[in-house]
Design a protein around this ligand. Structure first.
Ligand code: TEU
Ligand code: CA
Length: 554
């Protein structure tokens, strides 16, 4: 595969509202991002993905856009955006905008027109249907609880919303809508952005006729819009009309994507997107019958997911690698140990992630090992997903509130959305005002200032991993081979080129595991490339709790 500029870079996701506030209104802003570009450059970041900063009522934190061409005043101005793009360019950092075009806000001008009358020219920009037997047109449910349909008095029809009722779905069958989207993309590329992270890009195409979904619980109807009938046609059209004319990158967030589908979306010769975000590893710790429920994950299952994606995309498409984002709990609280072994396990998890083939994405705060937060009662959460579900299951459904709260505390997207912890001063240096959302009470212990002052910090460890990805072609090009597939504590694999072989081993447990099990794969150890315990020199000593290392072997 011809080398692409985005293959050995490391990406960093910024959730602007919680990154850094520079004007004391308690809300992170674009000038705050500019202020920290040197910090990100120092870490080695080559790509920034900025979660939405467009004009938005923020019913779903900016993923409900009311004007694609404007910056919301709470985040700054278009001049700030221009300055961000220019300053990032100076530092050779590419900037990806978040492209949210499965739906708009209900406060978008198009929707105001659309709902105003049945014969308005914008009517067909959205998906309107007559009631069926006085009820919703079909049985589809929303990602955020309840029916995926909202009745609109004015014209006596329902509109489709796969997310909140303030996020009506655009009608991608309508060519004019697609044209509007492509024009808007050209605008952003024209002012210098380097690509897009595409929100729920697998959901644009709905099966005509919108048939009733098969299930009776959970997300009903998804088989009729995840990877829908015209999705590849739409993405190829987008590529032909827009993407192919620029040297940019795209990563599609693909709810419900399989490996086979990913090879279509991101296949080398397919002319669609460059890579996708898949959800297989996230799905593992979910209780299959309850999206909030948690199940313990046997390590062989996790290894299989990563390995299948590594092996099956090899030579065909490119992986994106991530542990978390603004929709997931914090990595160390979920897959590691956020108490006694916080630093060790955070380093271990990223040793593993960043030595796989693909482009790694670090979510803000992961480089200092931020943890899940404490949410006592329902009122401490912000997320529309939480509050809708609470209303449905506790207020109306009379479910046990304590049980649901317990599950939500772990799983809530809000865990990732607490303000960034810069130092140990009041509000962690995030704002001089009143923060829009409560900070984690651990910020005096876990913050950037502390990390920069400690040469053994997670920050410097990541910096080294990122540097290695720049210097060692083996990490981007080498093949991948899983070893010890059934072992229950250690995730180990080989990365190989024609003349070198490297061994990566990560202990995902608190147990001490004899290194003997690795010895048959290595005649000798030539060089330890990186290790989260300084003592590691060869394969003699047992693997300590959450130990990870990468070594060149014979
Ligand atoms: O997420 C879509 C998505 O499929 C999920 O990660 C979703 O948030 C999760 O299943 C809910 O439990 C994207 C954005 O990343 C998310 O923040 C938005 O809320 C959503 O689309 C709608 O735009
Ligand atoms: Ca601000």
């Amino acid at each position: 595969m011809e080398k692409q500029w985005w293959q050995n870079r490391t990406a960093y996701q910024i959730y602007p509202k919680s990154f850094l506030d520079t004007n004391g209104d308690g809300i992170g802003d674009i000038p705050g991002i500019i202020e920290k570009l040197d910090y990100l450059k120092d870490l080695g970041i080559g790509i920034l993905w900025i979660s939405p900063v467009y004009v938005s009522p923020c019913a779903d934190q900016g993923y409900d856009i009311a004007d694609y061409y404007g910056i919301d005043p709470k985040f700054g101005t278009m001049e700030d955006m221009d300055r961000l793009l220019a300053e990032a360019k100076k530092r050779d950092i590419a900037v990806l905008m978040d492209l949210v075009v499965n739906h708009t806000s209900d406060e978008h001008r198009w929707f105001a027109e659309s709902r105003s009358s049945k014969d308005n020219p914008y009517r067909d920009y959205y998906i309107w249907r007559d009631p069926k037997d006085g009820k919703e047109p079909n049985n589809w449910t929303s990602y955020f609880s309840g029916p995926a349909w909202q009745y609109d008095e004015k014209t006596g029809q329902y509109y489709l919303h796969l997310f909140s009722k303030k996020q009506p779905d655009l009608n991608w069958e309508n060519e004019t809508v697609r044209r509007e989207v492509y024009d808007m993309m050209k605008f952003w590329l024209g002012i210098g952005c380097d690509g897009f992270r595409m929100d729920v890009a697998s959901l644009y195409s709905k099966t005509p006729g919108l048939p009733d979904g098969k299930g009776t619980t959970g997300l009903i109807g998804h088989e009729y819009y995840q990877n829908g009938p015209r999705i590849h046609e739409f993405l190829r059209e987008m590529n032909r009309e827009v993407l192919s004319h620029y040297d940019i990158m795209t990563v599609g967030e693909m709810s419900g994507v399989t490996i086979d589908e990913a090879i279509k979306y991101a296949g080398k010769k397919r002319r669609e997107l460059n890579m996708v975000f898949q959800f297989d590893q996230d799905a593992l710790d979910h209780d299959p019958d309850d999206k909030w429920g948690r199940r313990a994950v046997p390590l062989p299952e996790l290894k299989k997911v990563f390995s299948d994606w590594q092996i099956r995309l090899e030579g065909k498409a490119w992986n994106s690698l991530y542990w978390t984002n603004h929709d997931q709990p914090r990595t160390v609280s979920r897959w590691g140990n956020d108490g006694r072994y916080r630093k060790e396990s955070q380093k271990m998890l990223y040793t593993m992630l960043m030595t796989l083939q693909g482009t790694p994405y670090i979510y803000q705060g992961e480089e200092i090992g931020m943890t899940n937060s404490v949410f006592d009662g329902i009122e401490d959460f912000d997320d529309v997903e939480i509050h809708n579900c609470w209303k449905e299951r506790v207020v109306e459904g009379h479910e046990d509130p304590e049980a649901l709260l317990k599950a939500m505390r772990f799983r809530a997207r809000d865990n990732a959305r607490t303000p960034m912890q810069w130092d140990d001063s009041e509000n962690a240096g995030f704002t001089t005002g009143k923060p829009w959302f409560a900070l984690s009470d651990r910020y005096r212990e876990i913050n950037v200032k502390e990390a920069l002052a400690d040469k053994d910090s997670i920050f410097y460890y990541y910096k080294k991993l990122i540097e290695m990805r720049h210097q060692e072609p083996l990490l981007t090009e080498g093949s991948y081979e899983l070893i010890l597939a059934e072992e229950e504590h250690i995730f180990a694999y080989l990365r190989k080129t024609a003349d070198e072989c490297w061994l990566v081993a990560a202990n995902l447990s608190e147990e001490t595991i004899p290194a003997e099990i690795l010895k048959s794969y290595a005649k000798g150890v030539q060089e330890v490339k990186i290790a989260n315990y300084a003592e590691r020199k060869d394969l003699t000593e047992a693997l300590r709790p959450y130990e990870a290392f990468m070594m060149k072997i014979q």
